[in-house]
Design a binder for this molecule. Sequence first.
Ligand code: NAP
Length: 331
Amino acid sequence: MKENKVRWGILGCGKIARKFAEDLSLSSSGYLVSCASRSLSRAEDFARNYSAEKAYHDYPSLVSDPDVDVIYVATPHSMHYENTLLCLENGKHVLVEKPAAVYAGQFEIMSKLASHRGCLLMEAMWTAFLPVIATVKEWTEKGKIGQIRHMDADFGFTSHFDPESRLYDPNLAGGSLLDIGIYPLFMAIHLLGKPQKIQSAVSYAKSGVDDECTVLLSYEGGATASTYSSLKVHSDTKCEIYGTKGKITIPGRFHEQDHFFITNENGESTRVDCGKTGRGYFHEAEHVNNLILNNLTESNILPHRLTKTLLEVMDEVRKQNNIRYPFEKEE
Ligand SMILES: NC(=O)c1ccc[n+]([C@@H]2O[C@H](COP(=O)([O-])OP(=O)(O)OC[C@H]3O[C@@H](n4cnc5c(N)ncnc54)[C@H](OP(=O)(O)O)[C@@H]3O)[C@@H](O)[C@H]2O)c1
């Protein structure tokens, strides 16, 4: 830390890294110091665009930089485990893109290493930190719509099939479930907790990954949640939460939304504006800065327990539908 500000490094200079770096520049509690790419020219371009002092041509150089406190891992899914371990072994705090790992067993190892090294580890499930989601979580906990009985959320867009793209390549742990289905599942687990029963159905792309995935989660006491993700159709990408005394609707696209609607028992609906800063990544960056400045190694909003449950649910969905990535070890 320098002058009570958290110093960031970015590992992998791709699409999401650019958006995150833009929002990080809005923070007054942290700033970008270094970035690393497998290509030096890409790292240099990135450093120039987002005012980083240093650009590295490989990831090991970044994790050895003594001026970096925390590293944002922004690589494809299949790389998260290896990249995060590299950071933690070098004593860096880590914010790792979603999904934090490909399967729960990987995350357990990451989590153990983080606590052994006294480092912060958090999944970059940025939606959790948006003012809309924080308010919805608080209001449902206070019982503003009574007891939640059902949640229904989706995330879908049309995409061109390219077997070598991050979305479709099994070697990069592609598929709709891990890429976007994770958002509606996160909402269900954030609001309702760990499910008792998981049922699912998928359709398969030619590369073998799922291009559509529907999940039904059942909870003790009878509440349910249904989620849908798709790389084939443009869906509303909204989230409806039905309670015994009303309903909350987060309109599309719910995972980046700045307002929602609450409907009471008489059917009267009110719009609630919560706002957001930048594209919304600002809020997760600020949360990480605050944790580090307060010497905390785990988020109270997105604890390791939640990330692990999310991965366990996705593991079970993949098991039910025989989706196994080529690099997964035989058990
Ligand atoms: N939070 C969000 O809103 C959001 C949105 C989109 C994606 N994501 C997540 O962010 C992560 C990255 O997604 P993205 O869309 O930014 O991906 P991307 O642009 O395709 O790739 C990210 C970067 O990963 C690095 N990389 C390392 N090993 C690689 C390999 N074997 N193949 C390809 N790239 C490799 C590359 O960086 P260098 O060549 O510079 O090293 C690449 O530019 C994923 O986990 C994704 O789920 C999050």
